[in-house]
Write a protein that binds this ligand. Sequence first.
Ligand SMILES: Nc1ncnc2c1ncn2[C@@H]1O[C@H](COP(=O)(O)OP(=O)(O)OP(=O)(O)O)[C@@H](O)[C@H]1O
Length: 739
Amino acid sequence: MDQSPTSTDLENVERAELEAEQQHVDRVYERVAEAARSASRIAVEGHQRGQAQNVGRVRDEEQTGLYERDVLVFAAARRIAELDAEHEGLVFGRLDSDQGDDTEPVAAAADLESLYVGRIGVRDAEYEPLVIDWRAPAAEPFYRATATDRLKVVRRRVLRNKGPRIAGLEDDLLAPERSPSDLPVLGEGALMASLSRARGHTMRDIVATIQAEQDEAIRAPARGVTVIGGGPGTGKTVVALHRAAYLLYSDRRRFERGGVLVVGPSAAFMAYIERVLPSLGENTVSLRAVGELVDGVRATAVDQADVAAIKGSLRMTGLLSRAARDRVPDAPTNLRVFINGATVELDANQLDNVRRNALRRTPRNKAGSEARKGLVAALWQRFPDDLRNGVYADRESFGDIVTDLPAYKQFFSAWWPVLTPGSVLRWLGDSRRAQRWSRGDFTTTEIDQLSAAIRSTNEFTIADVALLDELGNLLGRPPVVEAGKDEEFDWLEGLSDGVNEVLTTSERRQRAIAAAEAEEPDEYAHVLVDEAQDLSPMQWRMVTRRGPQASWTIVGDPAQSSWPDPAEARAAMDSMLSHLQRHTFRLSTNYRNSAEIYAFAGEVIRQQIPDADLPNAVRQTGVDPEHRIFDAGKVAEAAADAAGELLALVEGTVGVIVPPVLRPAIDSVLAELGDSRVVALSPLDSKGLEYDAVVVVEPDRIVSDTLGGVRALYVVLTRATQRMITINSTTHWLPARAS
Ligand SMILES: Nc1ncnc2c1ncn2[C@@H]1O[C@H](COP(=O)(O)OP(=O)(O)OP(=O)(O)O)[C@@H](O)[C@H]1O
């Protein structure tokens, strides 16, 4: 069948444009391959230079060689790693610009100035830029130019890539009246094309389609606290990650040395976002879930909602500080030594006094020598005057002799052991003691709940991690044991898995030293907190310890908070960061959900929070969410049916979000579907994630079983990009209009 002349013309133009762009992109790849070859050559040379060192006396020039080698190998290795990461397409944008509005429009497309934008900057052999880094100031108009403020841009072009091949072109004409007549304009919009793509199991970068309001937040100066707010799907997470990459680019010295830390809600979330930064050429950022912020612990277990609220409350600070200073349970309550023919004894009260004095200014694990001095002084006081002679004549030599006695040594190691945060946290399993430390800050019921939760498992929960951090701070890190001393401790004992391993003394010492040395830095130059609305006050204390001198990026949405009282979490953040200047950005467009799905989710949250800040969802699919009722006792079957139907309808992933109690039943029916595109997850785990289609199982139970209630349901209802089916036993949960 004949095609109309217009569409044939268009196809020819498109083909010619694609070819021309491909030629440029090919040049860039050739140049990168060349650079990679020379980088490996430099790496080899660098190693060789290092190997030429003689063992023995190191001369000055050899030292220089060593330094040079490190610099070269490091630079080359980094470059290679960057280049390997560019699988998504190195060049993704092009700007064609004129001189501005007050000049004559140019007559031909060839007279416009063109500039390519990519993941890293690449220059040709003459040092002319073939493509500039997306973070460079010259690339800003690519993201910021609008029809009303076009920043000299006439046409913005996005190159859709499949690896090194260009699959399509999407143009934006920003100044139609100044556009030369031979300037082709193609495609239907890069943003829409990218938003409609099927979702995989990991997040993708948005470097080709960052929107103007997002770009402002990404490039905001790294001072004080940058707060990025906005409703679900507005790109808060992805923008924050691009901001991390931008900060490293704009001040690499400061941020690479000082470190950038990204804190997210769960291990599942961290796995979801971990590809974004490497795809932007950055491998140096530490990503940690909030349950992994204390070295040696990877907590994934979640407390019941009410227990998490107790553990997260600021009232825990007083309780923990009293626990950290109290007697060690089961420690000896008196000290008796036999010296120069006399028995000298300290009773429980006297020992308590020595302990309190030792802890007055020094944390427990650092106060061993204070305690020792206190004991010697108290024993000396009780040592009869008539025996103070010879080597027992003065307190100092008396002390040396006493502290060398086996009875004293045995006493001391039981009375003043090195305390690990884990062991002290376990003490809270004794409700009588916990009650005493609470001094009325908690009710008896709360203490009983707390103690029962601590006793119920050997595993540390996510909420425990902030308590471990607090205790670590209160107890102090013990001085690292020097080789040859027979003292022994294991700081990590009880942290990793709650099971005590059998280790030799030297293994324990090695582990302690390795732990002290191998840690990532405790403090960072920039800390980025995602899903910040969910941090408890205790978690805020832990997170702010990671950056006493840092600048901050805080990302969150109060309407998605899992706290019973979001204002409390907000106040905790404010009080921890109040000394810093604050810049706030609000993202206003929901890029994730179809307009139909978000209209429904918005109605649900408005019932609870009438003034919730709802973004605009821009993408219509024509498919409304579907609400089903399941037959009594057949919830798992109904979920599997819905998931099966959705798998057939979407190309990408299907998430089945279930209240935790239903998880085992749903897991087994989903396994029968035998499709890796479908996953079951809890409402809490769904935070920050997204799927092409979502099945929401028993929404009313999600509301009743979580701390966040309707806010937790709102999170769940905003995870789908294309389709959503809810299944429930009744329609009561539906907002009036939808039922
Ligand atoms: N400019 C953009 N171009 C293309 N895709 C975008 C853009 N901005 C956001 N997105 C996409 O929208 C989706 C939602 O982004 P993101 O997860 O960062 O939102 P969020 O605000 O953190 O959401 P939530 O608060 O619900 O977790 C992601 O798939 C992201 O890639």
